[in-house]
Ligand binder design. Structure first.
Ligand code: C5P
Length: 319
């Protein structure tokens, strides 16, 4: 019965983490690499989920770097950056799927359900070939981090996996930095590879995420958590969920909140084990999951059986 299934506790706290991950969180808190100085509220009592959704819609600006954004407003950059807005490129999307890369997707048989959506977002190097039964084969958007693009062993320029769908790359910025400051202090200098890729695949849309969004979203995560969250940008997973909420009517997220198949296997396409992949180390992932679980409009049974969370698109909110 639906009432007895055990799923993610949306009030998970750092006390629920294994000692190693508690230490990692503490280390990131004292390191404060991005110079986070949070001065906003901290809600001791949860705000209702409709209000929280409206806050996300109104405070998190999802935009891509455009040719008008200094220092990208040069004729050189003008030729590299896509001219079309993302929302114009995709058109108005109905039902969208966000597919986390979690190991719990293994043996899920979610492929046909995922492919039944109007658009599918995947992350980083997550493959479909050989895994269609569990993760489907449609890729509309792929969100990649700047490390994957930059570090040569990931073969970003040669791996054919990256040649389908719309690409979006993101890179961590200093806390609430302007594009200028970020440009001078990129976490990974991905821009040369970006240009190379664009020259090799001029027809494929490839956006650079405006880093503003990272910390606007982080502030909302912090505001709605009872303790200090890691002062590092949200995970690709959380960024992708918000991107899809801005362009879709409905977003189904798979295995971000773990199902009954929860496992320490990090990715469905690798053998590597690490509890941190599910609970977070660098990213405030546990707090992201608390928020997403809280906002779920589907049932706990759908989480338990399919790792499936249903979120509304921002355009369907009445704020
Ligand atoms: O590892 P990677 O960042 O490529 O995975 C994509 C996203 O999927 C992560 O940013 C995270 O949000 C989510 N994920 C997860 N649990 C895992 C692996 C990934 O929630 N075990």
């Amino acid at each position: 019965p639906a009432s007895s299934v055990k799923v993610w506790n949306e009030n998970s706290s750092s006390k629920n983490l294994i000692p190693r991950l508690q230490k990692v969180r503490n280390n990131y808190l004292s390191m404060n690499k991005y110079n986070v100085t949070y001065r906003g509220k901290r809600n001791a009592v949860k705000v209702n989920s409709e209000k929280l959704l409206c806050q996300l819609r109104d405070k998190v600006n999802v935009t891509m770097i455009q040719g008008l954004d200094s220092p990208f407003n040069t004729s050189e950059w003008h030729n590299y950056l896509p001219r079309k807005k993302l929302s114009d490129a995709t058109g108005r999307l109905g039902r969208c799927a966000v597919v986390s890369s979690a190991g719990s997707l293994k043996s899920s048989h979610l492929g046909p359900e995922i492919d039944g959506h109007d658009a599918v977002l995947r992350f980083n190097g997550a493959p479909t070939k050989g895994f269609q039964q569990d993760v489907g084969e449609k890729t509309t958007i792929r969100l990649v981090n700047s490390q994957l693009v930059t570090v040569e062993e990931h073969n970003f320029l040669t791996e054919s996996l990256y040649n389908t769908g719309i690409l979006i790359v993101w890179d961590p910025a200093p806390y609430h930095a302007e594009i200028h400051e970020w440009y001078r202090k990129l976490d990974y200098n991905f821009l040369e590879t970006y240009k190379k890729y664009r020259s090799q695949h001029p027809e494929q849309l490839f956006y650079i995420l405006n880093p503003k969004m990272e910390w606007e979203l982080w502030d909302i995560l912090q505001e709605n958590s009872l303790e200090d969250i890691q002062p590092n940008p949200p995970s690709s997973g959380m960024l992708g969920i918000i991107i899809m909420m801005t362009i879709c009517d409905e977003v189904n997220v798979y295995e971000f909140i773990p199902s009954k198949r929860q496992t320490d296997i990090c990715h469905y396409y690798q053998k590597f084990h690490d509890h941190a992949c599910t609970m977070g180390a660098y990213h405030p992932l546990m707090f992201e999951k608390n928020l997403v679980k809280y906002l779920n409009q589907g049932t706990d049974y759908n989480i338990y059986a399919h790792g499936k969370v249903t979120l509304p698109g921002f355009r369907n909110l009445r704020c």
